[in-house]
Design a protein around this ligand. Sequence first.
Ligand code: IVH
Length: 683
Amino acid sequence: MSRDPREAYLALCQELAEHDRRYYVDAAPTIADVEYDRLLAEVRAVEAAHPEWIVPWSPTRRVGHQPLEGFVKVVRPVPMLSLDNTYGEDDLRAFHERVVKGLDGDEPDYSIEPKIDGFGIELTYAAGELSLAATRGDGTIGEDVTANVRTIRAIPQRLREPVDVVVRGEIYMAKDVFVRLNAQRAAAGEEPFKNPRNLAAGSIKLLDPREVARRPMSAILYEVVDGERLASGHLASLAVIRRLGIPTSAENQRVRGWEALTEVVAAWATRRDALPYEVDGLVIKVDSFEQRAALGATSKFPRWAIAYKFPARQVTTRVRTLEVNVGRTGAVTPVAILEPVEVSGTTVQRVSLHNWDQVARLGIGDGDRVLIEKAGEIIPQVLGVTERAATARWTAPAACPSCGAALERSEDRVVLACANRLGCPAQRLAAIEFFAGRGQMNIDGLGEKLVAQLVDAGLVTDVADLFDLTVEPLARLDRMGEQSAKNLVAALAAARGQATFGRLLAALGIAHVGGVLARPIAARYGSLSRLLAAADATTSEELVAQLVEIEGVGEVIAVAVDRFLRDPHARAVMDKLVARGVDPAEPVAAPATGPLAGKTFVVTGTLSAPRPRIQARIEAAGGKVAGAVTKKTDFLVAGADTGKTKLDAASKHGVPVLDEAGLERLLAGDPGDAGDPGAPPAA
Ligand code: IVH
């Protein structure tokens, strides 16, 4: 039976929304990620052919292509109140007694919920479609962050029924994502975020939705505005919105009576650590809407709910010494070694101080007593010195503690780094660990300790040596044995067999080139040996020009790749890899799809938006962006003050010149008037 193709398109969008729901609301996905991606690619293909069919709730619309100018203010009729805080059992009892008194002696049912440490949000659905996502702001006036909230896949863009409903909840960054993103920031020499809440709040307020999409967030909705329209009680109203496809917490518990209340609250002291997101307390709410109405609110807080804050997790301990760490990228970072101390369930004895400015700010030295906290309950941090004992304060070293090379400051002066790269033993060790690690070559069983052991034993000096390892010398290592040695050799063979060029490239640890960027580069060159051949056949300038034509690769990245390929130590390692047959090949990229597929653009002059943004839009529409006008250029997009050289080149090669309006027409899929060969842009 053939179906109207537009209907089929809508059904496909619907199907993807349903998969999002199964994944994020039910936590029970029914298809594999690759299958999901295949369906999504199908939607993209249909939309490229029929842009007029695109619905706002299409899964492809989650990431807008346009950065925002700013956020529009929204005024809400029902203010978002905050909650009164309590800290201990006495406060909690006082709350309970006030509630019982307010209800003329009735014991209410309470809902006990984790207090998610994220960013408050209000979602408005009109006829089932997400029409507005607004921040809390001052309660009455918030900001419209809909474009950014759409990037969060846990939040449905369309409900399962066409209802009008307003819900409130929390956007959060899961703990593991927080740790990962912060590690990336630290590696890039940026100041890490203090906790997942700050990172979520900072991310939702970014102006570029594409940037937001790179910071995966999730959401839990915990209140229905005017919930009495849906049910007689709060938990029942949450069950209704959950059926509509809105993610709610599976942790909420109904209790009645003081005994049950304190029991559940006490149990949370240990439960909180098991959750994938940060919880800074509990929220205790009267369930019945009728009872809520009877209790009312003060000007600031409802009388029917209270926040119960968990005790802060800060402790003091003494500093033993400073350890200077050399990372994979050469960054030389200070680590404080502490007298071991318990903080929220784990023993802490090393704390990164991030950078040398922080060391100077703290004025810290051997023997000082410091206050530490687990930031976002995960990463310990030094908050300050509480007792000075040090005779000398720590300062930045002048030379690399591993290889003795002089250290250099990064451009922004925050990072101190050893530029000796693979010539530095510490960086070599870190490079091998990274190569073997999860997300890179995934070599089972080859962790930090074993890598250090292999290097110490002289069995390995670089990543290529890993593939020469044989059972016999391995089995002679301490704590190794025949079987583990066999397993490692098998794991190496498996990793070699399964590696794609993209994975291999990312595993090499080139600055800025992670798994995402490695893919298009891999697709352009096909294999490591071909990439090396390309480097041999070009000058740095030529190679950089080639690289920036790849989608997602900008100047900084291209320069980093070029530098890596021409670094003598790195090159020796890559040659060794190829010589050992670690040189997986993959097909060279299929042409992109979109209205600009197969077209190469050069963008120049002053335009209404920064050039990288315009370039990104061209790339998103399937086009390529190059640096210089050649006979292969299809269009020159010329803004104000376009130089004569570019225009002359366009004229020489017969390349049509477009102004911004012309580009917009092409982006909109209108081939129309293809522009004026070699003529200056219209004023
Ligand atoms: S209910 C009037 N429930 O904590 C009741 N809030 O100071 C409004 N929060 O602004 C809030 N988890 O951002 C509620 N399960 C939960 C919550 C929760 C986190 C946040 C929310 C609110 C703040 C209270």
